[in-house]
Ligand binder design. Structure first.
Ligand SMILES: Cc1ncc(COP(=O)(O)O)c(C=O)c1O
Length: 384
């Protein structure tokens, strides 16, 4: 292929997704190149529960190696149903297993949006949202969460909902701010969805990573179960981000829309890991409690390190991430940080359409071993 043709192909992909930046890839490459501690990308550096790993090995050795049924393997579908019931009192009509939450979100957006529809989304947002809204031929309408509180303002939410609005794409606990939306904020979202007859796609991958407050699925609010597709995965709850086993659940016709697209994206696989994910979901609650306790400790440890380095952390209520105000241009700060002290982090503005809102914020991941956080803190102390 000529370089012109290649440029045209990449140009088309960029245009479709509405993307202008490759900062995530760049920063990870920078970490590899410089040997810096990578607090940019959110993945744990220890494995998840051995019971689930053993279940994967058993599945691999017992012939669970062919395509899964399109909806997913029955033990995992049952485990997702039981999880939704036992944790939240939800009784989803249908469940679809996917390659991570990312595929569930992609399939849902493509299955539920027509070209020209609007998708209302909280910004900053997880980077795949913009791409998938683009793939669906829809337009994103961001509702800006501003530091330091990152609160959802109901009037701004309403201003983003125009006549073409079809989907509200929600994420709480929220990446990259670490916010867990309050009951009042969720009520505002529910009111807006009901009033404007919107479908809610609720990305709850950090549902069990909450340190202050409580995660409330928006589907549990009055009038929302029938219009909400809830998305989650084993990545964050069980520290298996590389397994990419996720799911969506909710009303049959919303799940069917996602399933129809998913069938042509990837059909159905990861069969042994689906069985292992079922085993993970069957672990006692004490596993999830212990994970949250340990992450809370690591959050506090990194926040202490950031404060000691003269940066001002905005202590998050959930997720893997803390944002810190570096008091200047965060993009330049992140570009220099690996060279100055051997740490990689991301400018929070990369997650915004309105990048100026977060021009001095940097996102650090704390889902790392304590010794790694301590070493990163020692290195960051060179900043003062
Ligand atoms: C908000 C949010 N949603 C979804 C994902 C991806 O989930 P999965 O790995 O299950 O595809 C991430 C991962 O960083 C995320 O931050």
């Amino acid at each position: 292929m000529s370089s012109d043709t290649l440029a045209a192909v990449f140009g088309a992909a960029d245009r479709l997704a509405g993307l202008g930046t490759t900062i995530f890839t760049e920063m990870t490459a920078l970490a590899d190149e410089t040997g810096a501690i990578n607090l940019g990308q959110g993945f744990p550096d220890v494995d998840g529960p051995d019971e689930a790993v053993q279940a994967a090995v058993r599945a691999l050795h017992s012939g669970q190696n062919q395509y899964a049924p399109l909806a997913g393997v029955p033990p995992l579908i049952e485990a997702v149903r039981d999880h939704q019931r036992e944790h939240y009192g939800l009784e989803p009509e249908a469940v679809q297993i996917t390659f991570g939450a990312t595929e569930a979100i992609a399939a849902a957006l493509m299955g539920l949006c027509n070209p020209g529809d609007d998708v209302v989304v909280l910004e900053p947002y997880y980077d795949s949202y913009a791409a998938c809204i683009g793939f669906a031929g829809a337009t994103r309408r961001p509702v800006t969460l501003r530091p330091p509180a990152f609160a959802l303002e109901e009037d701004e939410l309403r201003a983003a909902i125009g006549p073409r609005a079809r989907v509200l794409l929600l994420n709480s606990p929220h990446n990259p701010t670490g916010r867990v939306l309050t009951a009042a904020e969720l009520q505002a979202i529910a009111r807006a969805c009901i009033e404007h007859d919107l479908i809610c796609i609720s990305d709850e991958v950090y549902e069990h990573l909450v340190y202050d407050g409580r995660h409330v699925p928006v589907a549990t609010l009055g009038g929302m179960a029938e219009r909400t597709l809830t998305v989650s995965s084993v990545g964050k709850s069980f520290s298996f981000t590389g397994w990419k086993v996720g799911w969506c659940s909710g009303p049959a016709e919303l799940v069917r829309a996602a399933r129809t697209v998913k069938q042509y994206l990837s059909f159905a696989g990861g069969t042994p890991l689906q069985h292992a994910a079922a085993a993970a979901l069957r672990l006692p609650r004490s596993y999830l409690d212990e994970l949250a306790r340990s992450l809370r400790e690591r959050r506090d440890r990194l926040c202490d390190g950031l404060s000691a380095a003269g940066l001002r952390p905005l202590v998050p209520a959930g997720t893997y991430f803390v944002n810190a105000d570096v008091g200047g241009d965060a993009v330049a700060f992140c570009a220099e940080l690996p060279h100055r002290c051997g740490v990689v982090a991301l400018p929070t503005s990369a997650f915004y359409d309105h990048q100026e809102v977060a021009s001095s914020l940097v996102r650090f991941a704390f889902c790392k071993r304590e010794d790694v956080i301590d070493e990163a803190s020692r290195r960051l102390a060179r900043l003062v």
